[in-house]
Design a protein around this ligand. Structure first.
Ligand SMILES: Nc1ncnc2c1ncn2[C@@H]1O[C@H](COP(=O)(O)OP(=O)(O)OP(=O)(O)O)[C@@H](O)[C@H]1O
Length: 300
């Protein structure tokens, strides 16, 4: 099956600035793909190229196996810059205007309002909407043509936590309905919550492409007194190379069955074990390692 998105050696230069370099990106059918990177990494530039809003300097783009062109616009919905709506029209009327303009079936308006959970407020003027509602209306607009692929640039940017949660839940629902979603984000936690796979971009380069499960391989966090003695004991059990120290804690790359044994070993050695638990996936560490100046930008 052809992938919804496939780029090869995609590159964009602005004069002396190379915004995107040699990007090979594949988004698979039905997944939520998170394009993760700090500000200025080249995410927006990439999404704009995919949508044909700007021309690549070199490289190729295939959407559903075809060269981008007007014919695929029906299959791709996008939310890329803050959508422009009329403040004095209701949310529903704004969508009607857009549907007419885009040649979408006007019956879709009610459907998409329901999908983004805005049916109750659809009669209110857009100008009275909260940021979160505005963003949901933007999402509704992107869904008018019932696209198979959604491209969303920082869809939760600027929203309060409740607004973010709403948008994330909506995106997850859209994917569960069989749509493919490509979204950009600079938030690790967000990508971890809603994405199936992540491409990390740093300074215009894709530094890593992983499943969220891979990114999330958890470790064991240990705090014990005195820490150097604990480290020595654990090293003898699992090997020094599977221990990292960070502040007052040790992070161990080990399996669940080792947890009670490590605990017993430390306690028997007379050490005070203050904490011993599986830590939450440390995406941030991975992210910093992959994108930090000390990391190998070509690491996979
Ligand atoms: N029209 C332009 N002219 C010149 N440089 C540009 C232009 N658009 C983007 N850039 C540069 O390209 C690089 C990548 O920018 P881009 O907006 O794609 O990053 P981003 O990852 O989306 O970050 P942000 O979230 O801050 O938008 C930056 O160095 C930016 O300054």
């Amino acid at each position: 099956m052809t992938s919804p998105v496939e780029t090869s050696a995609l590159t964009k230069r602005y004069g002396p600035i190379t915004a995107v370099t040699d990007l090979d990106l594949t988004v698979r059918t039905g997944e939520v793909y998170g394009f993760l990177g700090p500000n200025g990494a080249g995410k927006t530039t990439t999404l704009r190229m995919l949508l044909g809003l700007i021309k690549p300097t070199s490289g190729t783009i295939r959407l559903f196996g075809a060269v981008p062109g007007p014919h695929y616009l029906d299959r791709v919905g996008a939310l890329i810059e803050g959508p422009a709506f009329y403040p004095y029209l209701s949310g529903r009327d704004n969508l009607r205007v857009l549907a007419a303009h885009a040649g979408a079936d006007s019956r879709r308006v009610a459907t998409v309002l329901r999908i983004v959970d805005l049916a109750d407020r659809a009669g209110d003027r857009y100008g009275t909407y909260s940021l979160g509602m505005k963003q949901r209306l933007g999402l509704a607009a992107a869904l008018l043509k019932d696209p198979a692929l959604l491209i969303l640039d920082e869809p939760t940017n600027g929203l309060d936590p409740a607004g973010m949660a709403d948008i994330r839940a909506t995106i997850r629902r859209l994917a569960d309905d069989g749509r493919t979603v490509l979204l950009s984000s600079h938030l690790l936690g967000e990508v971890q919550q809603i994405c199936d796979r992540v491409g990390m971009i740093s300074a215009g380069r894709l530094v890593s492409q992983l499943s969220v499960a891979e990114l999330s391989s958890a470790g064991l966090r240990v705090i014990a007194d005195p820490l150097p003695a604990a480290r020595e004991r654990v090293a003898a059990m699992i090997g020094a190379d599977r221990i990292t120290e960070d502040g007052d804690a040790l992070y161990l790359d080990t399996t669940d069955d080792m947890v009670p044994r490590i605990n017993a070993e430390l306690v028997n050695a007379g050490l005070a074990v203050r904490e011993l638990h599986r830590c939450e996936p440390d995406l941030e560490r991975t992210f910093l390692e992959l994108t930090g100046s000390g990391g190998d930008p070509h690491a996979h």
